[in-house]
Design a protein around this ligand. Structure first.
Ligand SMILES: *[C@@H]1O[C@H](CO)[C@@H](O)[C@H](O)[C@H]1NC(C)=O
Ligand SMILES: *[C@@H]1O[C@H](CO)[C@@H](O)[C@H](O)[C@H]1NC(C)=O
Length: 294
């Protein structure tokens, strides 16, 4: 009886405690070890070094703390005090102390940076976007029921994924949507801390300023027009001093999810993150690969 077999299977999966482990391909013929927080920090530091964009969040100051004239000039609605505000920012990893504090080019007039100047702490959300599409996509067809897709009507833990036959490139030709990978299984993190000026960062005739400008423009060629000292907007190089790191490495049966101690984040050496590999750095990867496959 179909109902029975579903129920039994379901119960046995529950007994195995992690439904996710049943949904996702099993570790039958490969090691499935959840990375440590330090190993995750190494991946995170590589993501930071390779990723040019992040979402920088601040909190609006309370009305009494904000600069009324400036708020009026920017037609700021009332009642924003204490509300969170996140927006895309250019980021880079340019400091040679190798501590994993992101480098940001702060435009003084920008809302994010005015909130920070009014005392807001910040958080920076960064996600890993693979440079190559996966060789095979998880099947998106609707011909199978939800239960069967959850693996609840299928027998074995040895079942592999249900992959579409079309390649990722064909998939994108058919549907002109931006790379819809299973981003739920890709690493992302949030760095929490505060912004501070970088000594000498704005002086391009000095070592620090020259190096920062060169490094930042390497990641963001267009930013050469708004480097510190540009004639249009007041701009300064700042660092996000990382104090807390929350990490979601992907699905919880195969990735670390949780807080990374800040000493571990800072301790990762350039050599370590340069040796690490992330999903999709190599062509032909599988959408739900585990980190030991990379
Ligand atoms: C920023 O965070 C620190 C803790 O790291 C806290 O003491 C401080 O009050 C926060 N600042 C604001 C404006 O919330
Ligand atoms: C940081 O690195 C030093 C030197 O390798 C090591 O002794 C220390 O245990 C590390 N600390 C953490 C939290 O990883």
């Amino acid at each position: 009886m179909r109902f029975f077999s579903i129920t039994n299977t379901f119960l046995s999966y529950c007994a195995a405690s992690a439904v996710a482990a049943a949904v996702l391909p099993a570790a039958s013929d490969r090691e499935l070890r959840i990375p440590t927080s330090y190993e995750s920090a190494v991946l995170g530091r590589r993501i930071l070094a390779l990723t040019p964009l992040g979402t920088l969040s601040t909190v609006f100051p309370r009305e009494e703390d904000s600069d009324g004239a400036s708020a009026q000039m920017h037609h700021r609605p009332s009642g924003l005090g204490g509300l969170p505000y996140g927006l895309m920012e250019y980021i880079a990893d340019c400091e040679d102390d190798d501590l994993g504090n992101p480098t940001i080019l702060a435009i003084t007039i920008g809302t994010t940076f005015r909130n920070a100047a009014a005392g807001s702490n910040v958080s920076l959300a960064v996600q890993w976007t693979p440079p190559h599409p996966p060789a095979k996509r998880i099947k998106s067809g609707t011909q199978r029921s939800w239960l069967s897709r959850l693996g609840l009507t299928r027998a074995g833990p040895n079942d592999d994924y249900d992959y579409d036959d079309e390649t990722a490139e064909q998939h994108h030709k058919h549907r002109s949507i931006a790379l819809p990978y299973s981003a739920a299984n890709l690493p992302r993190f949030s760095l929490i801390g505060y912004l501070e000026p970088i000594d000498g960062g704005d002086d391009r005739t000095g070592d620090v300023g020259a190096r920062l400008a060169r490094c930042f423009v390497d990641s963001h060629p267009d930013a050469k027009y708004w480097l510190p000292g540009n004639p249009i907007h007041e701009a300064h190089f700042v660092r996000l001093v990382v104090q807390q790191i929350y990490w979601v490495g992907g699905f919880g049966d195969r990735a670390f999810i949780g807080w990374i101690p800040v000493e571990e984040w800072r301790n990762v050496s350039r050599t370590e993150w340069q040796k690490a590999r992330l999903p999709g750095e190599k062509k032909g990867w599988k959408e739900w690969s585990v980190w030991t496959d990379l």
